[in-house]
Design a protein around this ligand. Structure first.
Ligand SMILES: NC(=O)c1ccc[n+]([C@@H]2O[C@H](COP(=O)([O-])OP(=O)(O)OC[C@H]3O[C@@H](n4cnc5c(N)ncnc54)[C@H](OP(=O)(O)O)[C@@H]3O)[C@@H](O)[C@H]2O)c1
Length: 348
């Protein structure tokens, strides 16, 4: 093992905010039973917020963002894991108040770690990441609320985003008729390749006018957008249908009324990936290995970047400029490459 390693450090001192790659020593890492050599991480909306001065994600500076990581166990004080095990760790406090995946090494509590299921590679796990995992949780929750392909068309909003693109693909693979809504005119073919039967504009979901009730259009919806677009789509869900809401890219306010709920008997289902129980986590990752892994997983990769590129690419997600998933290749070659030996870490 080297004496030091590289990580993306976000810091706020006085009025100065910085996002840069620094060299750290192992003593800088926080508590945790399992030391992991990170191979891949991903970029989620939350990671972009973590690297923004007003993002309100990081609780204490300096911090290492990256809510997702996949890698190989270097050492473990948790009997569940051994040196050489391939593992995934996503959310909980990772990349928020516990140092995250934008680091060549991460020390993580054993209770936050999922063994990599057979049939998935470390890279594939990070293409899926929290975004794909949240899409899977959303679809599973809709099915628990009696959604079947016979019920009718399912809408996916924010469809070119991480959660949206996986929701399109998973629903299509399970035999649903999928209608994808996007703000990106140029990406209709991309969404059809992922499995959308039809693609509509954001305005066809929400035209700027909120009516108490509208024509019934969709049996259910996966919604990572929230805000007024969610208020509008609730008025267009078929009798007895459900909406799984996971995100807020369209806003946090929900200016709705009880009308669609009491006239149409609909359900609004909240989706949380952060504190999702470990049993559900393991089962859901296993499903990606068994039956819901998209055949065209590489199609989801918008860009593969290095730690050094992160300060430039992280803001892109906040501008809604990305289609699919950005992944971070943390380990290059045999891993000895860019790591330099230095006794002092300049930041901690
Ligand atoms: N609940 C959870 O556990 C959980 C887990 C993961 C993510 N999330 C949340 O889910 C949301 C999506 O995450 P992500 O990783 O998929 O982000 P993302 O890759 O940035 O995708 C977000 C998509 O939302 C759409 N969008 C952006 N601004 C919009 C606006 N003003 N109005 C309507 N649509 C807009 C865009 O899709 P189009 O251009 O195709 O319309 C964009 O690509 C975020 O709010 C994130 O924090 C929550």
């Amino acid at each position: 093992m080297p004496d030091t390693f590289r990580a993306l450090v976000v810091d706020k001192k006085d009025q100065e905010f910085s996002v840069k790659v620094n060299e750290l020593s192992f003593g800088d890492l926080q508590e945790g039973e399992v030391l992991i050599r990170v191979h891949y991480s991903g970029i989620n909306y939350k990671d972009s917020l973590a690297a923004h001065p007003d993002g309100k994600i990081i609780r204490e500076y300096p911090a290492i963002p990256g809510i997702d990581l996949a890698g190989v166990v270097v050492s473990s004080d948790d009997p569940q894991f051994r040196e050489g095990d391939e593992v995934i760790a996503t959310s909980y406090e990772i990349g928020v108040s516990h140092f995250g995946g934008y680091s060549e090494y991460a020390r993580i509590p054993g209770k936050w770690i999922v063994p990599l299921p057979e049939g998935l590679s470390l890279k594939e796990a990070m293409i899926i990441g929290t975004a794909g995992f949240t899409a899977a949780l959303s679809v599973q929750r809709l099915e628990k609320n009696n959604l079947t392909p016979e019920n009718g068309k399912v809408l996916v909003t924010g469809a070119t985003g991480g959660v949206g693109s996986f929701a399109v693909s998973i629903l299509a693979s399970l035999g649903y008729e999928v209608e994808a809504s996007t703000g990106k005119d140029a990406e209709h073919d991309y969404l059809k390749k992922l499995g959308a039967d039809t693609v509509i504009s954001r305005e066809e979901v929400y035209d700027g006018e909120l009516n108490p009730i509208r024509k019934q259009k969709w049996a259910a919806a996966v919604d990572p957008v929230g805000g007024e677009p969610l208020a509008s789509l609730l008025t267009q869900i078929q009798y007895g249908g459900s909406v799984a809401v996971s995100g807020l890219t369209g806003g946090t306010e929900l200016p709705t009324s009880v009308i669609p709920f009491i006239l149409r008997n609909i359900n609004l289902l909240g989706i949380d990936s952060v504190n999702c129980p470990m049993e559900t986590r393991v089962k859901t990752w296993q499903r990606f290995a068994n039956d819901i892994k998209p055949a065209n997983l590489e199609e989801f990769v918008a860009e593969e970047v290095s730690l050094e590129q992160l300060p430039d690419v992280l803001p892109k997600l906040l501008k809604g400029q990305v289609s699919g998933r950005m992944i971070v290749k943390v380990k290059h070659g045999d891993g000895s490459g860019p790591v330099k030996k230095s006794p002092n870490s300049p930041v901690f």
